[in-house]
Design a protein around this ligand. Sequence first.
Ligand code: FNR
Length: 182
Amino acid sequence: SQYRIAVIVGSLRKDSFNRKLARALEKLGPAEFSFEDLDVGGLPLYNQDNDANQAESVKQFKSRIKEAQGVIFVTPEYNRSIPGVLKNAIDNASRPYGQNAFAGKPAGILGISIGAIGTSLAQQHLRNVAAYLDMPTLNQPEVFLQAKEGFFDATGDIGNADTRKFLQGWMNAYAAWVKKNN
Ligand code: FNR
C-alpha cells in the first residue's frame, strides 16, 4: 500500500493490552495504509561500542523504520516512564550518530494501562524523546486508556462503541498527519 506504518509496542508480555490495542487500531486504518509490527524483544542491549558494527537485528529494525512513512508507538507506562525495552529499541535505531532512523517520521503515541492516568506520564516522556529524534509528533487527540474488564471484545476489537469511535477519530487524524508529513 501507499503508506506503510511501523508499529512499535513497548511490551513483551504475551497478553499485552498494548499489543491488543495496536491490533485493534490497525483495523481502523484507511485502505491506503498498511501496518507492520516491529519486534523489540530480539534487539541487543544498546552498546555504543557496536555503533560501527550493528547487529543484524538492529539493521533490520532500522531499515523497517526507514522504509516506513510513519511510526506508531503503543506503550505501557512502567514506573511513570516508558519501559526499558522501548527505550532500548529507540536508542538502537537512533545510532550511529547522524544515522537516526526516526528522523522526519511522523509519530503517533498511544497507550493503555491498569492505572487510571492511562500512560499519560510515559507518553509525556516519549514525546520528549521523539522531539529529540526529530519526529513530527501528532499532538491531538491524546489517547490515555485504562484497561478494564471488557475493554476488548472476544474478537479483539474495542468493546465500547464510544471508545471505538474515539480511536477511529485518532486514526483519521494520524493518517492526515502522515500524509501532511510525507
Ligand atoms: C507497571 N504498571 C504501571 N501502570 C501505570 O499506570 N503506571 C505505572 O507507572 C506502572 N508501572 C509499572 C511498572 C512495572 C515494572 C510493571 C510490570 C507494571 C502496570 C501496567 O499498566 C500493566 O502491567 C499493564 O498491563 C502493562 O501493559 P501491557 O504489558 O499489558 O501492554
